[in-house]
Design a protein around this ligand. Structure first.
Ligand code: BV8
Length: 234
């Protein structure tokens, strides 16, 4: 039976690959003020502070390896009879490192740079600094190509199109605290999809899900993928 699946992932899926989450004990937001490092205003106030924050995360993410949860989703994409789209809030490339191809980074990506002046995008060097000139217009307005608070996420049209034809919507490793991502479950549910949350602890949106699976993603996701593939083959 053909099944279309949309999967939303958050920092929790990369936690077991050694990348800190945002809101957990000792998470990124415990060490850095959101308004200083993840807003356009913070960037214009102190671009060096922001580049330091993302340079450190870029180094960490490039050294990290995908875990069993990322690998299981790559397997699901290969073996599923149906469409699979991974919409990730993560700026790391662990889904792609695991072999997933249809991945949409709605909050951007650490390995991309963006010119705040002309909008040009290019592959980010490991370390970026405020006086790095844009390779196209030469402006000294280079920023990480990530979506900060108050900015419009990427791919919203493609995401709502995929949700419109989804039979299953799954959210993995996200706290459901940040919009518009936190609203996708309500959208999918309203369109008749089966909704399932896989998380270490119930998220803020857990009540919106038809099914909640608690546990570490490296354990719960491979089991859930095998279950979905068995159902899909029936
Ligand atoms: C926008 C990129 C308009 C940079 C990020 C008041 C009410 C409602 C909304 C708002 C409001 N005021 C302002 C807003 C909007 C705002 C928002 O939602 N603010 C919140 C804080 C209230 N949103 C925006 O500004 C967005 N833009 O709204 O534009 C618009 C709207 C609609 C359509 C078009 C335009 C832009 C938001 C993007 C900000 N950028 N990141 C970077 O990475 O540095 S957000 C950042 O936090 C992440 O990208 C992620 O998206 C978000 C949430 O983090 P999570 O990934 O969920 O991580 P978290 O640590 O919170 O949770 C981890 C979870 O994993 C936990 O539940 C834990 O239990 C679990 N876990 C841990 N370990 C494991 C695990 N699970 C399984 N296994 C494990 N091992």
């Amino acid at each position: 039976m053909r099944t279309n699946i949309v999967i939303l992932t958050g920092a929790g899926i990369s936690a077991e690959s050694g990348l800190g989450t945002f809101r957990d004990e000792g998470g990124l937001w415990a060490q850095h003020a959101i308004e200083d490092v993840a807003t356009p205003e913070g960037f214009s106030r102190n671009p060096t502070l922001v580049h330091n924050f993302y340079n450190a995360r870029r180094k960490q993410a490039s050294a990290a390896q995908p875990n069993a949860a990322h690998l299981a989703l790559a397997k699901l994409e290969q073996e599923l009879n149906g469409d699979l789209m991974i919409v990730t809030q993560n700026v790391d490339a662990l889904h792609e490192k695991a072999g997933s191809r249809n991945v949409l980074h709605m909050h951007g990506a650490l390995e991309r740079a963006l010119c705040n002046e002309c909008g040009h995008r290019w592959e980010a060097p490991t370390e970026m600094w405020p006086d790095d000139p844009c390779p196209r217009c030469g402006a000294l307005a280079t920023r990480p190509d990530v979506v900060w608070f108050g900015e419009i996420p990427y791919g919203m049209k493609a995401i709502s199109d995929a949700l419109a034809s989804a039979d299953v919507f799954a959210a993995i490793g996200t706290s459901g605290e940040v919009y518009p991502a936190a609203n996708f479950v309500a959208e999918a549910d309203g369109l008749g999809a089966h909704t399932v949350e896989l998380n270490l602890a119930p998220s803020s949106g857990a009540a919106h899900f038809g099914e909640v699976v608690l546990g570490a993603a490296s354990e719960t996701v491979p089991a859930w993928v095998n279950h979905e593939l068995t159902r899909n083959r029936a």
